[in-house]
Design a protein. Structure first.
Length: 402
């Protein structure tokens, strides 16, 4: 009697588990087929727009533009190379053969891990650069392009040294695994010890240091933004009898702080999104312990896909973060579209109209009388007082630098 009731119950439970696994697997197949092409198209387009904006006058002379351009190029290439390869494997059966992709897997693992670690480290260095510039505006040069390029070069060398071991042990996964194309398969005891015992801690320390740097730098940025609102009042109270040199330092420091305020919200927003979208994948790797058998079930395979795509979604949403938090970024983007659709003359006319409005308002405030219009033939006369005023005030209005 017991056997008669137990067998049907076991069969029903098995069929229910099989139905659940089939549903989970189908969900994973839909995500793998649909989401990667969207990521690739949107991500590449948005990162190209970031690169174009960083080349405009508002950003091109700032050290931040070097980091942002490097990050955008890095993200676009990762979507074209890594995400495209991953999408082809998980969506089309039999597209890769094990003997043919052995060498490719060494490159893909090396480049894929390095690409993600490089993006995190670049964000860390960028936030440090801006935090120092806001903390010490008189000592820290905000337009040091050379310094930023050196930092990027050192960052590349650090990442290459960290990920070099993937060129040794990476290979294609067995046919039973569909969550990824390549993984590490140690062939020697020494490399197995490194992969199982040393690498997890090394990677954890690397991510922890980067995240601590990002959090600390953003805290400095927020504190400086809060303090700078009272900076001018405090300086005036303590330097009523100061010399002209002190006043010049005050003007320079105030101008630098205003300039950096336009970038700080962009960096803070990018850092927060980075932490939210990359942290789940790091936790998932820690839980799995880099064990290939961890992803044998459909549930774990789906978990890998979700966290993996969150990691690459971070490479697409940076543009939207800049768009929401960066006023200068939006203005530069409008100028790019205006130049594309209406030509360069429309941008110059817009800049000149803005300058004319500003100059008229300034004249009204100084004289409290209506300003007489000067004929266009006299406006650009180098001997006129109007021309000299333009030359002295251009750096505050016409120039589009931050």
């Amino acid at each position: 009697m017991m056997n008669a009731t137990t067998v049907p119950f076991s069969a029903a439970a098995t069929s229910e588990v099989s139905a659940t696994e089939t549903k989970t697997q189908r969900s994973g197949d839909v995500i793998n087929a649909v989401y990667p092409p969207i990521l690739i198209f949107v991500g590449v387009t948005c990162n190209v727009l970031i690169i174009l904006v960083m080349r405009t006058k508002q950003f091109c002379r700032q050290s931040t533009s070097v980091f942002m351009t490097t990050s955008a190029v890095n993200d676009a290439l990762s979507l074209v190379i890594s995400m495209t390869t991953h999408w082809l494997y998980v969506s089309f059966d039999g597209i890769y053969y094990r003997n043919d992709v052995k060498g490719i897997c060494k490159f893909l693992d090396f480049y894929g891990w390095g690409n993600c670690d490089f993006g995190i480290l670049i964000t860390s260095m960028m936030t440090v650069d801006r935090a120092l510039a806001m903390k010490f505006p008189l000592r820290f040069k905000t337009k040091s392009i050379t310094r930023a390029r050196i930092v990027v070069l050192v960052t590349v060398m650090i990442v290459v040294a960290k990920e070099f071991h993937f060129l040794i042990g990476s290979n294609m996964v067995p046919e039973s695994r569909k969550e990824r194309l390549c993984d590490v398969f140690p062939e020697t005891e020494s490399y197995k010890f490194f992969w199982k015992q040393v690498w997890p801690w090394l990677h954890l320390v690397y991510l922890s240091v980067c995240f601590i740097i990002i959090i600390g730098s953003n805290s400095v940025l927020l504190l400086q933004i809060l303090k700078s609102s009272n900076f001018q009042k405090i300086f005036k109270k303590t330097s009523k009898n100061s010399k002209l040199l002190d006043q010049n330092k005050f003007n320079y420091s105030t101008r630098m702080r205003k300039q950096l305020h336009t970038i700080a919200p962009m960096l803070i927003g990018e850092s927060l999104v980075l932490l939210l979208l990359t942290f789940p994948f790091s936790v998932q790797l820690s839980i799995s312990g880099y064990n290939p058998e961890f992803y044998s079930s459909p549930d774990m395979s789906l978990l890998f896909s979700v966290t993996f795509y969150m990691l690459y979604t971070n490479k697409c949403v940076t543009f939207f973060v800049y768009l929401v938090t960066g006023g200068k970024f939006r203005k530069s983007l409008k100028q790019i579209f205006r130049r594309w659709f209406k030509g360069k003359n429309s941008v110059r006319k817009s800049q000149f109209n803005n300058f004319s409005k500003w100059y008229s308002i300034k004249g009204d405030l100084q004289t409290k009388k209506p300003i007489c219009r000067t004929p266009s033939s006299e406006v650009w006369n180098t001997g006129s007082s109007f021309s000299s005023d333009i030359q002295t005030e251009t750096s505050y209005v016409v120039s589009t630098h931050l």
